[in-house]
Design a protein around this ligand. Structure first.
Ligand SMILES: Nc1nc2c(ncn2[C@@H]2O[C@H](COP(=O)(O)OP(=O)(O)OP(=O)(O)O)[C@@H](O)[C@H]2O)c(=O)[nH]1
Ligand SMILES: [Mg+2]
Length: 315
């Protein structure tokens, strides 16, 4: 692994792919690698792109990535895709793939597989972003479908959050219910070539007026785009940069990143406790005997839980 890390530090893209895999799969030694890479991170601006299935997130990510590259930046993209082709996402075959991105190392794309279980997906995504950051990407774009808690956790690790809606997204009250309005730093009404874009923009504007956030000095922009025709994406791009500038100068960015570190430490501890419990403790315990006792009325789950906890703590 040492040589792979050396090559990684030299900017070798194949080494980057190896390291991303190690981190994504939590192969032995991945935490030590992350600890090393963490020192080099903290420079990349993380932008989350979220919204309902098929809203045009990938098309937008593509387009934004190109603009950043044109601006002399290097871009890492991670797409987190918890939907199966059968349960959601853009219509089969309709979804935009990332194949047509530049292959000269200025843009790197990776899609995170969920492998059925959502456990640890947010943490794994965050770890991949640390790897990107250490590799020297100026910008990290994270695409995720804005539906569940895991996706909201992922979006929580971003410096700027773009919520993508479409004219058909329904009334803004629905959006509020989905929690999206709380997390948005910017709104994008994509597919503005379709009827209804102005109506949803007006509804959103109204919802934003009644929303209260602790960092309420920022006026959340609502940007209509046609990602497919690359129309107005430059305005979205400018708005993202403006938000970043605002976050930096107001101290919001620093505060937000401190909170992220707090959550990260807690998440690492929780994961370790959980693993120790499963691997070292529960696997060695004869739970069946204990359950028999409870079934026979000789004990109860509460006393057993306390007793086992004490035993676990004693090591
Ligand atoms: N009419 C119209 N279609 C668009 C626009 N932007 C994207 N699309 C189309 O919408 C479809 C879905 O686009 P994607 O970029 O794959 O959407 P997505 O949000 O990434 O989809 P999932 O990842 O499956 O949730 C594709 O056929 C795009 O070509 C737009 O501005 N107008
Ligand atoms: Mg997509």
């Amino acid at each position: 692994m040492a040589t792979v890390l050396d090559r990684f530090m030299e900017g070798d893209v194949r080494a980057l792919s190896r390291v991303v895999s190690v981190v994504e799969n939590r192969t032995d030694g991945y935490r030590e690698i992350l600890a090393k890479l963490y020192e080099k991170s903290g420079q990349s601006l993380r932008i989350g792109i979220t919204g309902p299935p098929g809203a045009g997130k990938s098309t937008l990510v593509n387009s934004l990535a190109r603009q950043f590259v044109a601006d002399g930046k290097r871009v890492g993209i991670v797409a987190v895709d918890p939907t199966s082709p059968f349960t959601g996402g853009a219509l089969l075959g309709d979804r935009v793939r990332m194949e047509e991105l530049p292959t000269d190392g200025t843009v790197y794309f990776r899609s995170m597989a969920t492998r059925g279980a959502s456990g640890g997906l947010a943490a794994a995504t965050d770890n991949v972003c640390i790897v990107y950051d250490a590799f020297g990407f100026d910008i990290t774009l994270i695409e995720t479908v804005g539906v569940g808690q895991v996706e909201l956790d992922i979006i929580d690790t971003c410096d700027s959050v773009v919520v993508v809606l479409v004219p058909e997204s329904g009334d803004a009250v629905q959006t509020m219910k989905a929690g999206l309005i709380e997390i948005a730093d910017l709104f994008c009404i994509n597919k503005s070539d379709r009827p209804g874009a102005e109506r949803i923009a007006a509804e959103l504007k109204h919802s934003l007026e009644v929303r209260h956030r602790s960092d309420d000095t920022w006026t959340t922009p609502i940007v209509p785009t046609e990602a497919l025709n690359n129309k107005n994406v430059d305005r979205l791009y400018e708005s993202i940069l403006a938000h970043f500038e605002y976050a930096k100068s107001s101290g919001v960015l620093q505060k937000h990143r401190r909170e992220q570190i707090r959550r990260k430490v807690r998440s690492i501890m929780r994961t370790r406790f959980q693993r120790e419990l499963d691997a070292r403790f529960l696997s060695e315990l004869n739970l069946d005997e204990i359950i028999d006792d409870i079934c026979d009325g000789k004990s109860n789950p509460f006393d057993v839980g306390d007793r086992l906890y004490d035993k676990f703590c004693r090591g």
